[in-house]
Write a protein of this length. Structure first.
Length: 352
């Protein structure tokens, strides 16, 4: 069986052409999938019975199963998906009072970056997700919404490092962006990266208007390398240069994410150092109070420490946001639900 969402438009048109079927059938199927939220070929009533049978014999719409579905009182919903090979990934629907409906999606099974405070990377990476597996998360989250609501934003902030899987992520985002896909404008799609410089450059060259978020988490290399081990090979300066290039090419302001870990990177001196490093850049700093992970020793700072940190940045002319915690009760932070359920899936050697 082929995963329909893994087919490029060209591949699907070829499939139709080989069977002497008109190309407009592709648009019909697309509409059923993305606009009508069809669950099966059976529902695609204007295709005719024989074509529906033909499609069902060769393609599957869903390649994953929903292994768990959790809902939080704040409107956050999280799906644990079991992929065809038994691996498990997570995706989240976030609702806010501005009527934003945000899909948070994963790009890899696990993560190779090894950030010390993050649950996703505790077991390393198993593999990249396919374009279809990335799109399937979006379609499944969309189906949690009532028919008169649509997904308005995407954040690629689930499990994995998106820039380590760009060849599969970009076609999925392109489909999300298309008017006959999910119609979500590129400006409402955020790609969050640990700071892989070639990936940032590649995105800058594409000039695709996606919002770039860089997970900085520390104002100097010594501390960043302790928290984000992959920094050893990269270094903050090169990341900032690449972020500047992204802004210069796309005109899009870059967000710097900063997870606040009590006693480690949340002191006034860190805020001052960070302000000095980012000064003059058209940057937004997104402060994320640490979301506790059962196996890890780190602590969330007191809110007074968080506010003081934010104030120092603001006094130095930076734009700052503090990210509200959502869905704690359902283990919504990346990688947590997967760990809190008994089955963790087969493991195999990481792919490069
Ligand atoms: N690999 C990408 C996407 C990761 S998830 C990246 O590094 O940006 C998105 C954000 O959540 C990252 O900034 C990540 O560092 C942060 N994060 C991970 N675990 C967290 C936790 N337990 N509490 C708060 N933020 C966390």
């Amino acid at each position: 069986m082929l995963h329909l969402l893994d087919q490029t438009s060209e591949q699907f048109r070829d499939w139709l052409a080989q069977r002497d079927l008109p190309a407009y059938r592709a648009a019909q199927v697309r509409r059923w999938l993305f606009a009508e939220r069809a669950e099966s070929f059976e529902e695609m009533t204007d295709l005719g019975k024989s074509l529906r049978g033909l499609l069902a014999a060769e393609f599957t719409i869903w390649s994953a199963k929903v292994a768990a579905h959790r809902e939080s009182p704040d409107g956050t919903e999280k799906l644990l998906l079991e992929l065809a090979d038994g691996h498990r990934i997570e995706c989240v629907l976030l609702r806010d009072d501005k009527e934003h409906r945000t899909a948070c999606i994963s790009t890899q099974v696990g993560c190779a970056m090894g950030c010390v405070f993050c649950a996703s990377g505790l077991d390393g990476v198993a593999r990249n997700l396919s374009t279809g597996e990335i799109l399937e998360q979006l379609l499944r989250l969309q189906r949690l919404l009532p028919k008169d609501e649509r997904l308005t934003h995407i954040v690629v902030m689930g499990m994995g490092e998106p820039l380590a899987n760009l060849p599969r992520l970009l076609p999925a985002l392109e489909t999300a962006n298309r008017p006959d896909g999910l119609g979500i404008s590129a400006r409402r799609i955020t790609i969050s990266t640990v700071g892989l410089v070639p990936g940032i450059r590649r995105l800058a060259e594409l000039d695709c208007q996606y919002h770039l978020a860089v997970s900085l988490h520390a104002p100097n290399d010594e501390l960043r390398t302790r928290l984000v081990p992959t920094n050893r090979k990269i270094g903050i300066e090169r990341i900032l240069e690449a972020a500047d290039e992204y802004f210069a090419k796309t005109g899009r302001r870059v967000t710097f994410e900063y997870v606040l870990l009590a006693g480690l990177n949340d002191q006034p001196e860190h805020a001052h150092q960070l302000a000095a490093r980012l000064k003059g850049r058209p940057a937004l700093v997104n402060l994320i109070p640490f979301n506790p992970v059962a196996e890890l020793p780190y602590r969330t700072p007191k809110s007074t420490a968080t506010v003081r940190f934010a104030e120092i940045l603001q006094q130095n002319g930076l734009s700052v946001a503090i990210r509200y915690r959502k869905g704690d009760r359902i283990d919504a932070a990346c990688g947590q639900l997967r760990r809190s359920t008994a089955y963790s899936g087969p493991t195999r050697a990481p792919e490069t």
